[in-house]
Design a protein around this ligand. Structure first.
Ligand SMILES: *Cc1c(COP(=O)(O)O)cnc(C)c1O
Length: 303
């Protein structure tokens, strides 16, 4: 599941990539880890309808639509009508027979509520999955993934000083931080923001951690473990610059690894800048490839 490689432009640090993009379902990615746990719950609770939220290019919505059709459970996706383009993920949602309701961004909450109400009135027992698979179930997916990282370290006699990843809603990062706390280690887990500013990003991650862990946890101590940076946004969500394109190019050509401009390419570029800016040397670093391969193919014509 993980590949070690010699990172370009950086010979002193040992960089390992955790290939969650290769998880064996629906093109992998962090949304698969989260989605599988959500469906465990959906099946256990005998739910017969799934409702979720996400943009037309959402990896989360693709995975949920795929899991739903696999389990023969109908799926409704509520999607903001802004930036509605025929992305690969949207094509997959159609292919998986998900019903997509486009709505004005300001009416998302109302549309979710009315959709759930309508389904209940029709006699269904629907389950709502928050956008991006956010929430305790999604967080748990990366508390679990952290155990795999520890196992890898023991097996390979390595100790990661840093973990880098693309951070969006922050659920993935929150799970990793909780994993680190439960394991009592002091890895620096650095979320490269793909859209949010520092303040909103940190607050959301803290909320996810506090929701998951018992109240006894010292939140001051916890705050010191949340490293989230908006320094590498390149203009905002789904925006990218020439340097990001260059990194994606290099990683594809020399490592054969696909990175996309919205998430993993931006985060990988952010990591290389961070390492340079902070003069990090002779460390072991784990980069988590959080998936998004269909977006990589959307990008292909621009690369
Ligand atoms: C959703 C997503 C992320 C961000 O995950 P969060 O848990 O929302 O922070 C990162 N990378 C990819 C490829 C994603 O699809």
């Amino acid at each position: 599941m993980e590949t070690i490689f010699n990172p370009i432009d950086d010979k002193s640090n040992n960089i390992v990539m955790m290939r969650d993009d290769l998880l064996p379902f629906s093109f992998g990615g962090n949304k698969v880890r989260k989605g599988l746990l959500y469906f465990e719950e959906i099946l256990k609770k005998n739910k017969d309808y799934v409702v979720t939220y996400g943009s037309s290019s959402s990896n989360h919505c693709r995975v949920i639509a795929n899991l739903a059709v696999k389990h023969n459970i109908p799926c409704i996706i509520i999607s903001p009508e802004e930036n509605k383009y025929k992305s690969n993920n949207l094509k997959f949602m159609d292919l998986f027979d998900a019903e997509i309701i486009f709505t004005n961004i300001n009416h998302v909450k109302g549309t979710i509520e009315s959709t759930l109400k309508q389904l209940k009135n029709m006699g269904f027992n629907p389950y709502f999955i928050p956008g991006g698979g956010h929430g305790n179930v999604g967080t748990k997916a990366y508390v679990n993934a952290y155990k795999e990282i520890i196992k890898y370290e023991k097996k390979n006699n390595i100790n990661f000083d840093y973990i880098f990843l693309a951070s969006g809603t922050g659920g993935t990062q929150a799970g990793l931080i909780i994993g680190s706390v439960l394991n009592k280690d002091n890895k620096k887990i650095i979320g490269i923001s793909v859209g949010r500013n520092d303040e909103k990003g940190k607050i959301t991650i803290m909320d996810s951690i506090c929701n998951y862990l018992p109240k006894t946890i010292n939140s001051k101590e916890m705050e010191e473990k949340v490293f989230f940076t908006d320094e590498y946004l390149a203009g905002g969500y789904s925006k990218y610059n020439k340097e990001i394109k260059k990194v994606i190019h290099k990683m594809l050509i020399y490592e054969g690894i696909p990175l996309d401009t919205t998430y993993t390419g931006k985060a990988f570029w952010g990591m290389t800048k961070y390492i340079k800016n902070k003069k990090i040397k002779n460390k072991s670093i784990l980069f988590i490839h959080t998936g998004g391969t269909p977006i990589f193919f959307d990008n292909l014509k621009e690369l």
